[in-house]
Design a protein around this ligand. Sequence first.
Ligand SMILES: Cc1ncc(COP(=O)(O)O)c(C=O)c1O
Length: 364
Amino acid sequence: MNYQEKYSALRQCTYLNTASCGLLSTQNQQVIQQATQQYAQQGSIGRDAWFDELATIRQVSAEFIGANSSEIGLINNFTSCIYQVAQLLQGHRRVLVVADDYPSLVLPWHLLGFEVFTITALPDGSIPLEAIEQSIRQHNIEILAVSHVQYSSGFQLPLDMLSQIRQEQGTKLVVDATQSLGVLPINLQETPVDVLIGSGYKWLTAGLGSGILYIRQDLHPELKPKLLGFGTVGSNFSPKSIDNIPFTPETLEAGHYNFSSLLALRQAINELQEVGISSIFEKVMQLRSRLVELLPTNIKLVSDYEVEHASSIVVISAPEDAEQQLKIRNIVTSTRPRGLRISFHFYNNEQHIEKLCVALANMV
Ligand SMILES: Cc1ncc(COP(=O)(O)O)c(C=O)c1O
């Protein structure tokens, strides 16, 4: 299928940068525009109608990851959400993170005074699982907080392996799925985790301002809400009863919603479901193989991982100004510390990869 009709950015450029920002479909653009129009024309009447949509947005999100809707909270972005999750987990002290993981996943634990232990990725970006297991045992780690796919290398820590570590070591597992949700299959019934958060604007293709929080049901009774507001208690509350409000991920939805973004999130998930997540995954893996095949001989594949650790993000060695040189040829990529980051979603095709490789071969 040619996705140029549906994703207008593909008519403007060769877009290989979903790890930075996913594309918005025409239909989704219309959902956002209609919501804005409804609000402009109807004010509170327009807004009030959307409260009824929240349950289905949670339901669609839950089904997408094999969860229950009572385990889902709707969020604005990853960063503010992980900070709240870290506050919820303050009964624990010792946390393990990957040193060069996405800063928003690493910083809250430091800021909130947790004892933070780190694992350093190898020069190619890979993270040895034995090092994770060893560190958990050695330091008596209570929380493991990692990205499913590393944003700077594309290295995938498969959820089944993380889930097994969680089970064997009794560690709480907090997963940042922002670089995988929407492109790699995730089924939390098969691979249990404690917390999973995904921002909506990359592989979920929902545009800016939304995301999904999952917190496993078993964990709810041991958590206390750290954020309450009108959205959770209404106007009829007594400060004395605050301690008795049970925790659910929905309690984090305490203030007004970014409704148009949430409607876009539902639309995007439905569109991804229509294509099918296994077809999406298969397609990006084919594109990855094609890229590896066509890479000019003077360019090295930095993220040269075993297939179970590969993802839709690839890093290659290239001249320092490669991103700029490609931009002149209308090819969009990102520079990261280990090299040039190329990322492709289901709306990309082999011609995009071929065009990139020709441009790389002609690079000065
Ligand atoms: C691993 C990871 N987590 C989260 C985010 C985005 O966080 P936020 O939604 O707070 O902007 C990114 C963006 O690059 C990311 O790569």
